[in-house]
Structures are given as C-alpha cells and as structure tokens.
Write a protein of this length. Structure first.
Length: 486
C-alpha cells in the first residue's frame, strides 16, 4: 500500500477534461508526482484490476494497457499520456490561406506556384519560396496567431550555364532557417545550382521599424548536378548540400571552397545504379549525417570514423518489397528524409509509404505507414503522365509522435506513429465554404510541400499557387469546459 503522504497528494488526471487543460496539468506536475505516476502506469500494465492504486492518486483508471515499448519510445509517461489521452473530438480545421488568385495573370501558369516552405525554429516565421525565385516571409501575429506578410525579396534570377548550354531556372528548390537564434534571422535558399544565405533584421528609422534583407553569402560552383538537399549542422558553423551524385560540406563563412563527403559517381557513368535523393545532418550529433538513394536505401556516415563517408557506419534498407517489376525502383525511391526532433528516429517518404526507422536498428523499419495503396492499380496511368516522379515531402510534429505528408486531390495525411496500427487522418485542402466533391484521382491537384510548426499543432501546406494553414482545435464543447474550469 502507498504511504499516507502519497495518498494525500491528488493528481488531477481525469479523462473527461478537455485536451488543452489536460496538457497544462500534465506539464505542471511536480517531479515526485511524475515519478509516482510512471510507476502507476507500469503497474497498471501488469495488474489490470489495480483500481485502488489509481484511486489513491485521485486518478480514473485508463481504458487501455500501457505498451512498454511505446512507453519507452516516447521517452516517459508524460508524453505517452499526453498523446494517448488526447481528446479525439479535437479536429483539424482550416486556419488560413495565402496566395494570389488573379485570373488575368495566367500567361505563365506555374510561375507563382509554391516550390518550398519552411517554419523557423520558433514557428514565429514561415518562409515560402516560389517558382519565380521570390521568397515571401510571413510572421505570426500575437493577437490571433494568424500569419501576415512580413517581407518579401527576390532570391534567385534565371541564369544560363555556358558549359552545359542549359538555362538555370530561378525556382526556389529549398528553404532552410538557421537553427540558432540571435539579433537577426538567417535563412538559406537554393535553386538547382546556387545556394544563398540571407540575413533578415529590423532597422528602426524615424520611429518606424523597416525589415531589411541582405545577401550575406553565395555558395556556387560545387555541384555539377541539381541540388536536392541542404542541411545545417548542429555545430552552427557548417552545412551540407547534396546533388544526385555528391554531398559537399561547407563552412558558413567560406563560400569559395567545399569539402566532398560523399561521391558515388563511378568511373564509367554507364555503371551508375543509383542516385542521391535526400541528405540531412543529425539534429544533435554534429558528426552524423544520413542520405537516401533512388533504391530506397538510407546510409548513415560518422565523421569521427572517416572524413570521407564512402564507408558507411549503418545502412537502412527494407528487406522485402511488395512491389516488383518495372515500377519497383520508381515507387521505392525515397523523396524525403527527416530526423525526428530528438534525433532517435528517421522517417523516409517514398511514393506509396512513409517508413519510420530507429537509428539503432537498421535491419527493417519499426513502422511502415501505408496510405497510397489505392494508387497501385493506377501506376501505369501515373507513369504515362509523369506523376509517378512527384517528390512528396514529410514532416514530424513537435514531439515526434505524428507525421505529416501530402498527396493527390489536394489531400494531406496526419499519421500517428504510436501503436501497432497507426491512425491515419486524411484531410483535403480547400477554400472556406468550398467542399470539393470529386472522388476520382486528380494527379494535377497535389500537396507536395509540407511543414509542421515546431511548437504547435499547426501545419503548412503548399498546393500549386496556394498555401494553406490547418490547425488542430478543440470543439466548442471543449472550449466551454476549459473556460468553466479555468
């Protein structure tokens, strides 16, 4: 039996509390109460009828058993309970839409399409890149949490490469915010060949704050093929850029030289069997980086072992592929690779699935999330119209318990990572008051670019020339309950 001292301290964890209030209670419990609750969770898993133990804390018995593996995966009971007890009545709702809807401006139909978007490390800014080389920065407003125009600037201009006799488009392929805060914000953009670092700050003049954006560095001449990834290192001094065959390491302050970390180009180009599709530094360990390939393989290199990462420390590969034949490599090509925010897991996005990997276990993914099975019978048609080559992005939520990715028909998916059969929510981007009724596959309407707010249940989605913000909000009943309790 628990001591009398423990009995007298009540832990107000009630299942009928609204989600928002419940989360606040969870995060303000004292450490001793947290420790005792963790023990209670574990005992509940062993003794399903141990109601008295819970009642001694003033806690109702939870209607599920604690899965020890999942309990350990989310790093403690607090995150586990916050996730498992989340009120299912909370719904994802349309929050905001941005973009220009000008029917007269259709001379070049894709010039205003969104090509990249990214929240900064605080979520206070959202940068959106376009095919025309323009970057628009939106700032979150304190009053209503909407995002309004903060500044915009021209990042890239179209150029002509005389060596290859090809035009280099101004399209913004990637946007990455410098992950360390200071007196100014820094963001990096790139097109197919050139990377630029910009400084954004406010300059006060005549009692008015003007937003200034200056180009601090230009990194170019190091890639023979189109750049598909850039990633800052946790050391705050370096970053990597990757193209189809090469990964380069740059120092932020040196723009005229780069160190080659990975080079998979064979002596005879006809012997080439795969290309690099995505690359990322580990968010916490400055010595680790991972990159994915068109064969669905993820390779991890450790800079402590080799300066050149041609020798891999780990290789992550799915042992069994359900799709064979002509389409096998096309559907297993990894289009995006992201570390979880704590660095313990990775997610890879291919054409049909998302796979979650534990970086300590490379034999097989710990979770495979299937949401595109309905496309398997349509692969021939998707190949004919080149849609099978679409590169969908993915993103982790703030506590690495959910994933976000886009799809066709302007759909996007919110997927739970916890549980043997993750819950997959399919939602569709649409304008307010407009409910699309088309149920047939429309591959021309697609959400390719996504990002999850680093501190809130708010997602940003890019679909052609429009951007959407969706936010998870409690129902009217929950808001009323919270008001009464507070």
């Amino acid at each position: 039996m628990m001591s009398q001292q423990h009995k007298s301290e009540k832990v107000p964890l009630l299942l009928d509390l609204p989600n928002l209030v419940l989360r606040r209670i969870l995060f303000f419990l004292d450490p001793q109460a947290l420790s005792r609750m963790a023990c209670s969770c574990r005992k509940l898993n062993e003794e399903t009828k141990n109601d008295e133990l819970w009642k001694s804390f003033g806690v109702q018995v939870l209607p599920f058993k604690i899965d020890e593996k999942e309990f350990e995966r989310v790093k403690g009971w607090k995150n586990f309970c916050a996730y498992m007890i989340e009120d299912k009545k909370s719904t994802w709702e349309f929050s905001q839409m941005f973009g220009e809807d000008d029917p007269e401006d259709e001379i070049e139909e894709d010039v205003n399409w969104i090509s990249a978007l990214s929240f900064d490390v605080t979520g206070g800014y959202l940068a959106v890149g376009y095919n025309c080389g323009q970057v628009v920065v939106l700032k979150q407003q304190d009053e209503d949490n909407t995002y309004q125009l903060y500044t915009e600037f021209k990042s890239h201009e179209s150029e002509f490469d005389f060596l290859t006799s090809m035009e280099i488009e101004e399209k913004i392929n990637l946007i990455r915010w410098y992950p360390f805060s200071g007196n100014a914000e820094f963001l990096m953009t790139c097109n197919d060949k050139t990377i630029k670092l910009f400084k954004m700050f406010e300059k006060v003049s005549s009692q008015k704050a003007d937003v200034q954006v200056t180009n601090k560095q230009v990194y170019e001449g190091a890639h023979a093929y189109n750049i598909n990834s850039i990633s800052f290192n946790s050391d705050g001094e370096t970053f990597i850029s990757a193209d189809d065959l090469r990964i380069n390491l740059w120092n932020l302050h040196i723009n005229n030289e780069a160190f080659g970390l990975v080079d998979i180009k064979p002596e005879n180009i006809d012997d080439l069997t795969e290309v690099i599709t995505s690359a990322s530094f580990h968010p916490n360990s400055c010595n680790l980086l991972a990159y994915s390939t068109s064969k669905g393989v993820i390779r991890m290199g450790d800079l402590r072992d080799h300066a050149l990462c041609d020798a891999y420390s780990k290789v992550f590969e799915e042992p069994d592929n359900e799709i064979g034949g002509f389409f096998q490599e096309l559907v297993t090509t990894i289009s995006d690779l992201k570390f979880s925010r704590d660095g313990r897991y990775m997610v890879s996005r291919d054409y049909l699935t998302m796979k979650v990997w534990d970086i300590r276990f490379e034999a097989r993914p710990i979770k495979t999330i299937k949401f595109h099975d309905y496309l398997i019978s349509k692969l021939c048609d998707l190949y004919e119209n080149d849609s099978i080559f679409d590169k969908f992005e993915c993103s982790w939520n703030q506590n690495s318990l959910q994933l976000l990715t886009g799809s066709y028909n302007n759909n996007f998916y919110i997927c739970d990572v916890v549980g043997e059969k993750p819950d997959i929510k399919a939602l569709r981007c649409s304008r307010p008051g407009h409910s699309p009724t088309n149920t047939r596959l429309d591959a021309s309407q697609k959400v390719l670019h996504v990002d999850w707010h680093p501190r809130a249940n708010l997602v940003a989605l890019g679909a052609k020339d429009f951007g959407y913000l969706y936010q998870k909000r409690p129902t009217a009943h929950q808001r009323e309950s919270e008001y009464c309790l507070l």
